[in-house]
Design a protein around this ligand. Structure first.
Ligand code: FPP
Ligand code: MG
Ligand code: MG
Length: 383
């Protein structure tokens, strides 16, 4: 049904912009050192899913159809504004005060025209920056996780070794920072810089399974809260803050900026919940990366946490990070017997519903339908 919102191919909606994405990213990653050049561009060879740039482009187009503010409402920040706000991140409202954005679209050929509903050059560049930051985190993540494969090929740490993989990740962050600085938008810079810090905070929360990291932890509501906080930092922060940044670059009104952020936060949480399900349910060949890796890494993700609520004996295994003889197999069995996977899926669906609700007031458009379709895709994906 062509009139149905579902059925819009989000890729087609922004196909023209996506076409240049990889080429532009490779350009941002050029280095005079031939080896660094190769390692830095390594993950751009295999096609990623490009979820984050796609969301930025769709959000840019969907919000361009609404009235824009001639100027951003400016609240001046002070040097005393706390930078670390990890304790409240899940419900965080990251509208950081920022200095005047005068000249912030220096990168654009023309000032924003309200009648122009197309994607701005700065928003296209933002899409590339989000993919750079994401890829940098994957380079580091594969070292931390001792991963063997990524995107159906040997991971960079295997191909080039840990040292080069880590340095290449740092190089990507450097180049992402340069591109970000050139947007000349302090608020957007602050958002994406915060994302980088959040990725590390999320990874640290994951290194320490529970808040207190006890030997024999007991399931409480805090267990799930800790997991969700970690999930926000590790996955939803990049998606939510880049959706927010896309709206800001388009001079959207504050309530639209909030809607874009809320959409990204809820979709991001759902995205990671589904990722944690797939680790249990899909094999390596289909996934393009090792399956069942989380338990092997000692990680208790949502399916296991919900199983633990029903089966308290899992606490001991969580406490020793599934390092005992037969722990991983036992845990896998208990998750399979529990409603853990079902409950995780139901929670992901709740978040996806919230994401769609967040943008319900946006005017009808292919881009809006693309954003809705991304929610469906996240729930249906197998890799
Ligand atoms: C993939 O998770 C990893 C992330 C979403 C973020 C990892 C973050 C860091 C390593 C912190 C440092 C990053 C930067 C940019 C400074 P996963 O291991 O659960 O997924 P996978 O199965 O795809 O490996
Ligand atoms: Mg990993
Ligand atoms: Mg990891």
């Amino acid at each position: 049904d062509p009139n149905s919102p579902i059925g819009v191919d989000p890729f087609r909606t922004v196909a023209k912009e996506m076409k240049f994405l990889t080429k532009n990213i490779r350009q941002l990653l050029g280095s005079g050192h031939p080896t660094l050049d190769t390692v830095a561009k390594y993950y751009t060879q295999s096609e990623g899913k490009y979820v984050r740039p796609m969301l930025v482009l769709l959000m840019s187009r969907a919000t361009a159809l609404m009235p824009s503010t001639a100027e951003r409402t400016q609240v001046f920040g002070s040097v005393d504004t706390p930078i670390s706000r990890s304790d409240v991140l899940i419900d965080e409202n990251p509208s950081m005060p920022s200095p005047s954005a005068l000249g912030s679209l220096a990168n654009d050929t023309a000032a924003y025209r309200p009648e122009d509903s197309d994607i701005l050059p700065s928003q296209r560049r933002l899409a590339e920056i989000t993919e750079l930051i994401h890829t940098a985190s994957l380079l580091h993540d594969d070292v931390i996780d001792h991963s063997q494969s990524r995107r159906s090929a040997p991971s960079a740490n295997i191909e080039f070794g840990n040292k080069m993989a880590v340095l290449a990740g740092d190089f990507l962050l450097g180049r992402a920072s340069v591109a970000l600085a050139r947007l000349r938008d302090p608020e957007v810079t602050e958002l994406l810089a915060t994302v980088i810090a959040n990725l590390v905070e999320g990874e640290f929360m994951q290194l320490k399974n529970t808040a207190r990291d006890e030997k024999n932890p007991v399931w409480t509501e805090d267990t799930v809260q800790y997991y969700l906080q970690k999930t926000y930092l590790k996955s939803a922060s990049l998606i939510s803050k880049s959706c927010r940044a896309a709206a800001l670059l388009g001079r959207s009104e504050p309530h639209v900026v909030e809607a874009a952020y809320s959409y990204g936060k809820n979709l991001g949480l759902a995205f990671q919940l589904v990722d944690d399900i797939l680790d249990y349910t899909v094999n390596e060949e289909e996934l393009g990366k090792p399956a069942g890796a989380d338990l092997e890494l000692g990680l208790a993700t949502a399916p296991l946490l919900f199983a633990w609520k029903e089966e308290s004996s899992l606490g001991e295994l969580v406490g020793r990070k599934f390092s005992g003889e037969g722990d991983v197999l036992r845990a896998r069995e208990l998750v399979a017997q529990s409603s853990g996977l079902e409950q995780t899926r139901a929670l992901a669906q709740e978040y996806v519903d919230k994401a769609i609700e967040a943008i319900s007031a946006f005017p009808e458009s292919d881009a809006k339908n693309g954003l809705i379709e991304m929610c469906t895709k996240v729930m249906k994906r197998r890799k």
